[in-house]
Design a protein around this ligand. Structure first.
Ligand SMILES: *Cc1c(COP(=O)(O)O)cnc(C)c1O
Length: 399
């Protein structure tokens, strides 16, 4: 009973991403995607205006409330995640904050895994407590999670694989725990993408994405999404409209266009990443490689169980004392020629970055330890260049 099908899926992911929601068979239909580049929509007549106000007619009025180009992106993401509905947002952070704020109020409690995206962690550490919401953190292995639940706990938030050490949360166990205690379960599925991991099949209630990463895939747009039941997404939509995190139609076009190649990109990137991880793990100067596709990774067996591939994110440390490893990591990052030294991930370009100066900057030594980040940890995102060129670049930068 691993892959519980929630909705009958007719198409594979590649076909969904290309055709879902599009009216391609009408005469004169454009094959390409049109952008409804407009802030507002005409009512037509006062009768339609009145019916809309009374909630008897659903119609587009203003793009912050909804727009047909956004709706197309939403149909594709919902279908890819096996969800009833989805909403696209101005960023992944807008999706995450609006989703949590749609569920939680002052006095409520949230349980979150400790190893999460830096921005999400700061939301939970600084912003939610200011609003009277208590956040309790649990390790990715969910050890001792039973002791964190109180009558005020409303939701469970996880991220898997984690940034940057690629630890995994057991999806089936997390979703079952949430069901048992009546919590809404949310997952940030950015690192895996719906091609490699479909949390709703494991019983998760809501899936969140930074669509700035794999979904759009070309490092040219900031975007986010949430997918789940119609009832939950209606709540998130109200919050997004109210707080103003709606997506722009131009961004929706880039997201839709990027998603058309999502499946081939993710599958190709995953194959290259496995080659790169194997190369790094045999390199004499490399102390450790964090990649769930390697049998040495502590969550390798779990990755094989719950993912359809290991993805194209990894991290590694060079040998030496923490100080020497950081100096070596900086030398490596300053020498790469094909890899770019840049934040973000999931695009066609391969990237390297030092988490202590980016995602994990400003964290205390205890927080760094809890998130598994060492001073010399190098995070790698594998893009779509030829893997031989990537490996040659690593060879020269490590020499
Ligand atoms: C980038 C990222 C986010 C934040 O998304 P934005 O689109 O930058 O707001 C959230 N979670 C993960 C895992 C990310 O990588």
């Amino acid at each position: 009973m691993k892959h519980k099908k929630v909705a009958k899926k007719q198409w594979g992911d590649g076909t969904i991403a290309i055709h879902m929601g599009e009216d391609h068979h009408r005469g004169d239909a454009p094959v390409g995607v049109s952008i409804a580049r407009t802030a507002n929509f005409v009512f037509g007549d006062t009768e339609r205006m009145k019916l809309r106000a009374e909630g008897k007619l659903s119609a587009y009025i203003y793009t912050r409330y909804g727009n047909p180009t956004l709706a197309l992106a939403e149909k594709k993401i919902a279908a890819l995640e096996g969800a009833e509905e989805a909403i696209v947002t101005a960023s992944g952070s807008a999706a995450i904050s609006s989703a949590l704020l749609s569920l939680l109020r002052a006095g409520d409690e949230l349980i979150s895994t400790q190893q999460i995206y830096g921005g999400s962690y700061r939301l939970m550490r600084d912003t939610l407590p200011r609003l009277g919401i208590t956040v309790r953190f649990v390790e990715s292995d969910l050890g001792g999670i039973e002791r964190l639940v109180t009558p005020r706990t409303k939701a469970l938030y996880v991220e898997t694989p984690t940034n940057p050490t690629l630890r995994l949360v057991d999806l089936e166990r997390a979703a079952e725990f949430a069901k048992e205690w009546g919590l809404v379960s949310l997952i940030d599925n950015t690192f895996a993408s719906p091609i490699l991991q479909k949390p709703i099949e494991f019983g998760f209630d809501m899936v969140l994405h930074s669509a700035s990463k794999y979904l759009s895939g070309h490092s040219d747009v900031i975007a986010g999404a949430a997918a789940g039941s119609a009832a939950l997404i209606r709540q998130v939509r109200e919050t997004v409209i109210g707080l103003g995190g709606s997506m722009d139609p131009e961004a929706a076009f880039l997201l839709i266009r990027g998603m058309k190649t999502l499946r081939v990109r993710v599958e190709h990137q995953h194959r290259s990443a496995l080659e790169v991880a194997r190369y790094l793990s045999k390199h004499p100067k490399v102390a450790r490689v964090h990649y769930p596709g390697l049998s040495s990774h502590p969550d390798h067996a779990l990755a094989k169980r719950q993912m359809h591939g290991f993805g194209s994110m990894m991290a590694f440390e060079l040998k030496g004392t923490p100080k020497a490893a950081l100096a070596a990591a900086r030398r490596f990052c300053d020498r790469v020629k094909v890899f770019l030294l840049a934040a973000s991930l999931g695009g066609v370009e391969s990237l390297v970055v030092l988490p202590i100066y980016t995602s994990h900057t400003g964290m205390s030594p205890a927080e760094l330890k809890a998130s598994g980040v060492e001073p010399g940890t190098v995070r790698v995102s594998i893009g779509l260049e030829d893997p031989e060129d990537l490996i040659e670049d690593l060879r020269q930068a490590l020499a």
